[in-house]
Design a protein around this ligand. Sequence first.
Ligand code: FUC
Length: 782
Amino acid sequence: MTKQAPLRLWYTAPAPTACETDFAWQKRQPLAGWEKWSLPLGNSYFGTSVFGRIAVERVNVTENSFSNPFYWGVPHWGTGNGGTRTFGNLYFATGHETDKAENFVRDLTLDDAAAHVSYDYEGITYRREYIVSYPDRVLAVHFTAEKDGAPVSGKISLTAYTEIPFVRGYCIMEGDGGGRTDESYATSDRLIMRGVGLGYMVTQEGQLRAKAVGGTVSVSENGIRVENANEATFYFTCGTNYQMEARVFLESDPHKKLAPYADPHEAVTERLDKACEMSYAELYARHIADYRSLFDRVKLNIGYDEADLMIPTNILVTRYKNESRSAYLETLYYQYGRYLLIASSRPGGYPATLQGTWTAYDSSPWGSDYHHNINVQMNYWPSGIANLAECFLPYSEYAKAYLPKAKRIADEYIANAYPENLSSKGENGWALGTAALLYCITGTSAKDHSGPGTGAFTSLLFWDHYTYTGDTEYLREVAYPILRDMSLFLSKVLVEKDGKLLVKYSASPEQQNPDGSYYQTMGCAFDQQMVYESHRRVLESADILGITDDPLLDVIRAQIDRLDPVLIGLDGQIKEFREEEHYGDIGEYTHRHISHLVGLYPATIINKNTPEWLEGAKVSLTKRSDKSTGWAAAHRLCAWARTGLGNRAYDLYYSMLKNNTLPNLWDDHPPFQIDGNFGAVAGVSEMLLQSQAGYIDFLAALPDVWKDGSFDGLVARGNFVCGCDFANGKVTEMRITAQAAGKCRVKYAGIANAKISAPVAVLAEDMIEIDMGLGASITIVL
Ligand code: FUC
């Protein structure tokens, strides 16, 4: 089994609030320190960014339902302004003078999802540990002190207080209605940070309590004071009056969206009190049991230098930028992406936004929204393959809540654009535009910068969730209706031209004309591929579920062969637009979006069984160039992995670490967007294991630099959990465990002659088929 290095991000200085930035957004709201240096913890209900300071520690809190409407048209940076805003800050004043502290270290250990701070001060070593527990929905900060390695009594004295920032009557400018209030107060045993976000009238409440061993705890308007304790634990939780329900999306008046819902006070009080009944040790034990049950599923060893563990993470990043690669940093970054998904998207919580569940802003870049022309999809690309399938469920719940609104959008769109296709019974499927919040979604329009394929880009996530879990019940109850109704909508936006069916009002995301306007067309590759994939998956799902009597299936069958989803141009490229002849005729030559290659990744119509298209994809990728922004490099990484060229995929991973990685390993678009972190996990996983072409493909795109190593826990379609040892670039052992019963095929040179621990069918020299019962395991030694 794979032996993995201990995974730790660590630093020898606290995170500043402000620091140098080249990025215009941050010059206006100088929070670059948060973005570059703070360390994230989270449970998907809320997230915290730990600064790790000595004199006055700062912990920033974000709760994704604490949001403003978008303020379109307001002169401000980004396409979506307003949106998810910071919840507030917790401060811990220790009375220690920063300059007198020695041996300062702060870190985030991924093996237990805990942050730490330690330093020596006047002969005492002070330590803090921070966890954000998912099972108990609480942040706990544990303060201890030691002298000569042994606990020392009476040395913990500090004052904690809370802050609601940006309290004013507006969000971006006077009159926008997006202000917030501060109605915080103290009771005899806790601080209550409370206010109203005026855009959606969302009531926020956070509560902070402390327990100490030895010494005293007292609460006043000035904060919670711990005096002369041996150790102390602070407990914090928070919530709002938000409910993820269809009526929130259907109600058009922002002030009425949350009107029927209960004040969060009671629920927050109850949660906090329950957590406070537990000692820190109990809370920690429950936290790691939960966390490890997800995080420990995947192990990666691509070889690493033990010496790299002794180098602070920011220095490793700087050295990497200066061409000194580190297999340890490559492993850490990969697993950090898995960590971030666990910290920002768990069942019962909210889905991960553009910034996960962390923002220090009052008006975040693009509203820290659910951005649907690639970004939120990318958030979930790794969930299946990197063995975190349940992390997709918050998005699945979110979609269920917005679907009734998305159906109305489809009704309106079809009524306006294709009245002849309008169903009077309201059977027009559902549609989705790019920007969305927990309160609203936007629609697609004839003038959109991203075509209606955006909807299928989203619905196909549900197919992927099914294929990786093999959960037929989920397919029947959740995924199929979503997939089917997306295809229903798409079936109505096609018009006949030269015998083909083309999406009319089609746009390849954000491709522009020379004058900066968006390029609108018919049947661009993005839209055609998405319709094709949507239709294909609906037909496949109907087969699996035994659905035969739905007339839509005949419509889809009649349409699917007339879509021309992939066309090769004069340069051998995959054409982004039907009217393009040579690569780059239309649009920006090196545009960050590679939307005409969605059929290569995340979809699968272009694969090793379609060699001509695969060659076309290589031409397009090469011409588009590697140089791009954060998530765009991650998409290129995934796409190159699918071509099977490991060294090219690695070039992109290398480039992401060099050019798009902040000292806290957040992905830098810029600004910080978490999509790149997640896309990189998907891409690296694809380098090691693929399964889109009907068989499991171990080391599908292994680069030369990773020639010796092993992994465990990656998932192939059908829910086969795979592990593998490799030496000199070749597999020496494969391990497969079936988490769902079924047949799987494995393709690998010479596999017919391997030593296999159970009977298999040999289909060819390089292909075997294994019929696996639920829970069965097999080992293949080459
Ligand atoms: C897409 C991208 C932008 C940005 C935004 C959040 O629209 O094209 O570059 O990442 O999402």
